[in-house]
Design a protein around this ligand. Structure first.
Ligand code: MN
Length: 213
């Protein structure tokens, strides 16, 4: 399966003439592996944890968000692969679109694969296919080792490794969380989107989000 094919479900669920989300072009390979954690104020507020793997963002919805406490096992529900450009997406998904609600870039950075089997490093995609992947995050908020483990086809657990970045701080507080991209809260992003929509109606096409800085 190519990385373009793996975005079929993502595209099928969306009408790109109606949503500001990226449609996703061919994967740009040969770069550092990135990750993003988006706070998504949908019908049920959750965090979307996305790791760049083979040209797409492998994705999990984490109801409680990632924890810095190794004692916390955070349920992570796999969702469809997203295009790489999605890691920059912040804004409001309107009306009756799939995934309606405000999206805030809660954390972003790079990660390193630490997955091993029988003492030997294995490719990250292989580790995920086998249901157990270890990695090191260098992000704005998250740091250190983490593991994702599949316990059922539709349920994984995200757990912090016990290292120098482990702490009892644990859980992020969504309502006060600020974007690492724009320093805005969910509330401010929603308000800006509302203002932007009005602006667009007047000016016929102002684009305020998804700026490629
Ligand atoms: Mn989501």
């Amino acid at each position: 399966m190519t990385s373009r094919d793996s975005l079929a479900e993502y595209r099928r669920k969306r009408d790109f003439s109606r949503t500001p989300e990226p449609e996703g072009g061919p994967g740009d390979e040969g770069r550092e592996s990135r990750y993003v954690v988006q706070l998504h104020d949908a019908s049920t507020r959750h965090f979307d944890f996305r790791l760049e793997v083979d040209g797409v963002l492998k994705s999990w919805a984490i109801p409680k968000g990632p924890s810095t406490d190794p004692h916390d096992k955070r349920l992570a529900v796999p969702t469809e692969d997203h295009p790489l450009e999605y890691r920059d997406f912040e804004g409001v998904i309107d009306g009756e679109q799939y995934g309606t609600g405000t999206v805030l870039v809660w954390d972003s950075g790079t990660y390193r694969n630490l997955s091993e089997r029988h003492g030997k490093r294995i490719p990250f995609a292989t580790a995920l296919a086998d249901g157990h992947a270890s990695f090191w995050l260098d992000g704005r908020k998250l740091h250190g080792g983490f593991a994702l483990t599949r316990i059922r086809p539709e349920a994984w657990l995200l757990v912090k490794k016990d290292d120098e970045y482990a702490s009892r701080a644990g859980t992020p507080e969504p309502s006060r969380a600020k974007s690492v991209r724009s320093h805005r809260t969910l509330k401010q992003i929603a308000a800006d989107a509302k203002a932007g929509r009005k602006g667009r109606k007047r000016s016929g096409g102002a684009h305020w989000h998804g700026s490629r800085s």
